[in-house]
Design a protein around this ligand. Structure first.
Ligand SMILES: O=C(O)CCC(=O)C(=O)O
Ligand SMILES: [Fe+2]
Length: 334
């Protein structure tokens, strides 16, 4: 009975404090634990989101990248990012003049958020690279590296990095709070009628009746200067910047997570979410070219999935085409 009372008290406390305090923190490791080796990283640590310390060595060229140098370069150039006034209504990617961005950041106003700004054209490109254990990437060099500059308070609502890509971000300075749902929770946090993810700042909760089920699986992470956060394909995430932050990041598709990438990419395709990048062609083109046995197994399974999916979607499209034609005529000329 004593224990039971204790349990009731604990549960009430949990309700008062909210779910956040009981969400599970993601794992935190050092790159030394897998000796900086790619295959070991993917086999032993990369099935779930993870924070990796010491991803770069002390003598890495990245350590000479300072915010002052970035500012100096962008003083007469534009940065690509988002105006935070659109946070509530939906993001529109725009050009932000360098001086405007940095003046704003220094005033602590942070009206803009630079994200996914490619560095391949900048003088930093030669000095920057993903850490070597994230070096295998079928997306190629250009897609490899981008700049993140975000003022305190910047907020990225729940999304999944597109087309089954792995995601990583290394913070040179700052702090970011991540909230993450596993891929199997996608149907619980995704409104298939409105076609959007749950956004705590905007969404009507009644559109997400199963949110509390997803919350049982929710993970959190606090990434700080010197931390690299890694997410496998399909993990849905939301990010709040709690200190002015500066870092680099990138997306990856490779043999080590080919199956998860294809499963995520095909899921998006099945829901007609994306059609900008054809992951299936990329993976089919890698048949028989894997560098490791582990990767070979992944690629084989991914190809099998593509083949099954293609058959199923062909069957279904016979039913879908007339259905879509109906939608088009019902909604006028849209
Ligand atoms: O830093 C952010 O606000 C968003 C980061 C993100 O979504 C990503 O790196 O994939
Ligand atoms: Fe993302």
């Amino acid at each position: 009975m004593k224990n039971f009372n204790g349990f009731v008290l604990f549960s009430l406390l949990a309700c008062f404090l909210g779910h956040e305090s009981f969400a599970k923190e993601i794992r935190r490791i050092s790159a030394k634990e897998f000796n900086g080796e790619t295959e070991r990283f993917y086999r032993e640590f990369a099935q779930e989101p993870v924070i990796i310390e010491e991803a770069y060595g002390d003598d890495d060229e990245l350590k000479s990248l300072t915010l002052d140098r970035v500012e100096d370069y962008f003083k007469d150039r534009v940065l690509y990012g988002y105006n935070r006034k659109n946070d509530e209504t939906g993001r529109v990617r725009e050009e932000i003049p360098g001086p405007v961005f940095f003046a704003d950041l220094k005033r602590g106003a942070s009206s803009y958020y630079v994200f996914d700004h490619e560095v391949s054209e900048s003088p930093f490109a030669g000095q920057l690279a993903p850490p070597s254990f994230l070096g295998q990437n079928w997306l190629g060099e250009d897609h490899n590296l981008s700049l993140t500059l975000s003022g305190k308070g910047s907020f990225t609502p729940f999304h999944e990095d597109g087309s089954g890509e792995q995601a990583w971000m290394y913070l040179v300075t700052g702090e970011k709070h991540w909230v993450i749902y596993p891929p199997q929770c996608r149907p619980l946090v995704w409104d298939s009628l409105y076609k959007d993810f749950f956004n705590p700042r905007k969404s009507d909760r009644s559109r997400f009746p199963y949110l509390s089920c997803a919350d049982a699986e929710r993970l959190t992470a606090v990434a700080r200067a010197g931390d690299l956060i890694f997410l496998p394909p399909g993990w849905i995430h939301q990010v709040l910047t709690t200190e002015d932050s500066f870092g680099i990041g990138g997306n990856i598709v490779n043999e080590f997570q080919a199956l998860a990438s294809v499963a995520t990419g095909l899921n998006e395709k099945s829901h007609a979410l994306r059609h900008d990048f054809d992951l299936t062609q990329l993976v089919l083109g890698k048949r028989g070219q894997s560098v490791t046995e582990y990767g070979q197994g992944q690629v084989n399974q991914a190809i099998e999935l593509i083949e099954v999916w293609s058959h199923r979607i062909r069957d279904k499209s016979d039913q879908l085409v007339p259905l879509l034609a109906g939608v088009r005529s019902e909604s006028g000329s849209n």
